[in-house]
Design a binder for this molecule. Structure first.
Ligand code: HPA
Length: 271
């Protein structure tokens, strides 16, 4: 796996200027691909052009890296990701994250469309992720490669406290209401039953979805600072726990602009 990550990193580096080093990685979740509009691009690399790279089979999940700048900072963004439910090995699911870490990113922004488990949450809410519960297989399972992670990784405060403070300040300035809470990642692809939603609430989740948590583990293992956002696309409060993929997509699009502005401004505040 390490060799594969290294080869893919070299391939991407061969397609961008030699002196371009990304400081920030961004993972755009379902329907949030329009965050890409904030990027001044230098190169776009479809995943399909990268040999051995996992390509999403899900509608609405574009698959490409966009490399460029936001507010003068060098970034590499993933427009689309693959999910464990698509049948990929968990090592492949997090491989793009490890590639970005190997390219030298210091900060990683993750985002997802998620179900609102917290009874106070409404459709369209944006939640700053303070912590996570991973119910998807752990990407660090198996023989350990010290170059990718320590054998035992502390996950306390995996979502960087300083980055979260910056996000809260920016949201206050922009008059954006930012909820805070715990994201739970489960495998999907089924949306939850009512009983499962109740269960997630009891164990401490505020939002739930089918991605992100393994990526956070893999990035944290490589020393990357992480900040994450959930966009609530369906909520218990509205009596709308059951959802469908089209609904997730359309709400993502309507709110992505607000989240995009927020992320742009947070990037602007980074050193
Ligand atoms: N459950 C899981 N994943 C989701 C949901 C949900 O309710 N909404 C959007 N992604």
């Amino acid at each position: 796996m390490y060799e594969k990550i290294k080869n893919i990193t070299s391939l991407i580096q061969s397609k961008i200027p030699k002196d371009f080093k990304p400081q920030i990685g961004i993972v755009m979740g379902s329907g949030l691909g329009q965050l890409a509009n904030a990027i001044t691009p230098i190169a776009t690399i479809p995943y399909s052009q990268i040999e051995g790279f996992p390509v999403s089979t899900v509608e609405g999940h574009h698959g490409q890296f966009i490399i460029g700048t936001i507010k003068g900072k060098n970034i590499i963004a993933m427009q689309g990701r693959v999910h464990f439910y698509e049948g990929y090995d968990i090592q492949d699911v997090v491989m793009p994250i490890r590639v970005m870490a190997m390219m030298g990113i210091e900060n990683l922004f993750v985002s997802n469309a998620a179900g609102g488990v917290n009874l106070e949450f409404e459709v369209g809410d944006i939640m700053l992720i303070t912590d996570q519960i991973n119910l998807i297989p752990n990407p660090l399972l198996g023989p350990n490669d010290d170059r990718l992670s320590p054998r035992f990784l502390p996950m306390w405060n995996a979502f960087n406290v300083k980055l979260r403070e910056i996000a809260l300040n920016v949201a206050r300035k922009q008059n954006v209401e930012l909820k805070q809470g715990v994201y739970l990642g489960s495998t999907g692809p089924t949306f939850e039953t009512k009983a499962e939603y109740d269960y997630f609430r009891v164990i401490g989740a505020d939002t739930c979805g089918m991605s992100t948590t393994p990526e956070v583990i893999a990035a944290h293992a490589m020393g990357v600072k992480i900040i994450g956002f959930s966009l609530v696309t369906n909520a218990t409060k509205s009596g709308n726990v059951a959802t469908d993929h089209a609904e997730v997509q359309s709400i993502g699009q309507a709110k992505a602009k607000i989240l995009s502005n927020l992320i742009e401004q947070i990037i602007n505040e980074l050193d």
